[in-house]
Design a protein around this ligand. Structure first.
Ligand code: ZN
Length: 413
């Protein structure tokens, strides 16, 4: 199919969306359902309506913009991503999938495509965990991975519950009703920047995701005994930093020694109390992130780390607590959709490469709802979640072209 992507219009829209920010440009801060996010949503809904799409908002604030198909009885094909942005991040994470999805639909309309199935553009609420500490809140609710009742009770840093806050989005119904029935969508395809360096380094314009590694995290606390750094002799100490340090090394070597590159484990948080140079640490707090595309292997690693955390704590005579914060299932992309994307890239004479997404996306939860696929495009130096995040207009246009051809094919089935 000939590309009819209007990259000038799309680039201007991406630029305009970036002006809805609570941080000074080029940084973007757009936290879910803040005044700034609400203004950005108004802008997006205007663009969706200008494109002739029918907009619906669910109770969680997820936006659905529909282009009806010739057969209204068939489940729709969906595309989309998120437009919320963590504090001081960039302008392409998520937005390329929403505005790019919109441009894919407009380009199909311009080319005269008549979809048999409806095509829906989805903007998910709160892919980022900034306000409520839970990632992918909108798609998590759609999939039923979190119930409406549980989501209602989430409380943000200001003590405001999501049960009250979600009403700001102006959506209809209850949070329980956000969950999508099975076979609601025929397929979901998300366009996203890679957020890693591989595509740019290998000069590959299109990445096709085959699986999404799912995150799990643990919280470990050690309580030993504090005291004066000069007065307490070494033999009498129960320094809480020592088991924490040992555990951080054990976490790293556990993942390293498995002999696979697909398991990654990180100790991202280590807080020391009271954190004074002349005081023996009495308490330490760690958060550990473990990811893998293979769920049973990931769960084994979690078991090993929990066991190590306890054993190391016992050896250092510490009061030890180990909690699981979350342990999501990984997702496998649908093999047929992978092939459709691959064929679309071939047809556009663009090299593509299959890859694993090590970051999570709304697609992780959409894969529980319907057959799902993801298209990655390169971003400069793999940088993301920072103001330096950048994807070139050429790469974005190529991604949109492949997405449009994929939607054309899937909506004709
Ligand atoms: Zn994202």
């Amino acid at each position: 199919m000939e590309s009819t992507v209007d990259i000038a219009k799309l680039s201007a829209e991406l630029e305009h969306l970036a002006t809805f920010t609570d941080a000074p440009p080029p940084a973007v801060t757009r936290v879910m359902l803040s005044d700034t996010d609400l203004a950005a949503r108004e802008y997006l809904m205007r663009l969706m309506e200008e494109a002739g799409l029918t907009v619906r908002i669910d109770a969680a604030g997820n936006l659905f913009a529909r282009w009806s198909g010739t057969d209204p009885h068939l489940p729709a094909v969906a595309t989309g991503s998120h437009t919320d942005a963590i504090p001081h991040s960039g302008r392409y994470d998520g937005t390329v999938g929403v505005l790019g999805g919109l441009e894919a639909i407009r380009s199909l309309k311009r080319s005269g495509h008549l979809p048999r199935r409806a095509i829906e553009l989805v903007m998910f609420t709160a892919e980022e965990p900034t306000r409520y500490g839970v990632g992918c809140l909108g798609s998590r609710l759609m999939s039923g991975a979190i119930t409406g009742r549980k989501a209602e009770k989430l409380v943000d840093g200001d003590g405001v519950s999501f049960g009250d806050f979600h009403k700001r989005a102006g959506g209809a119904g209850t949070l329980e009703e956000v969950r999508l029935p099975r076979k609601h969508f025929r397929a979901f395809v998300e366009l996203h920047i890679e957020q890693g360096p591989r595509l740019e380094a290998s000069e590959t314009p299109i990445g096709i995701v085959t699986a999404i590694a799912a995150p799990a995290s643990l919280r470990v606390t050690y309580v030993g005994a504090g005291g004066h750094a000069g007065a307490v002799l070494m033999a009498d100490r129960r320094d809480a930093l020592l088991p924490a340090a040992e555990l951080a090394v054990a976490v790293d070597s556990t993942a390293r020694n498995l002999g696979t590159t697909d398991t990654v484990a990180t100790t991202g948080v280590l807080d020391v109390h009271p954190r004074a140079v002349n005081s023996i640490p009495s308490r330490t707090y760690l958060e550990i992130d473990v990811r893998d595309v293979n769920e049973s292997r990931r769960n084994n690693v979690l078991d090993v780390i929990r066991h190590q955390a306890q054993a190391i704590g016992d050896r250092h005579r510490q009061e030890t607590t180990v909690e699981t914060i979350n342990a999501d299932a990984p997702a496998t992309c649908d093999p047929q959709i992978v092939k459709v994307i691959e064929a679309a890239a071939d047809e556009a004479q663009l090299t593509s490469s299959r890859m694993i997404s090590r970051a999570y996306h709304d697609s992780l939860f959409m894969a529980q709802v319907c057959p799902t696929g993801m298209i990655f495009i390169p971003c400069r130096e793999g940088l993301s979640h920072c103001p330096e995040e950048y994807a070139s207009p050429l790469d974005i246009a190529r991604g949109v072209q492949v997405l449009a051809a994929t939607l054309a094919r899937l909506s004709s089935e």
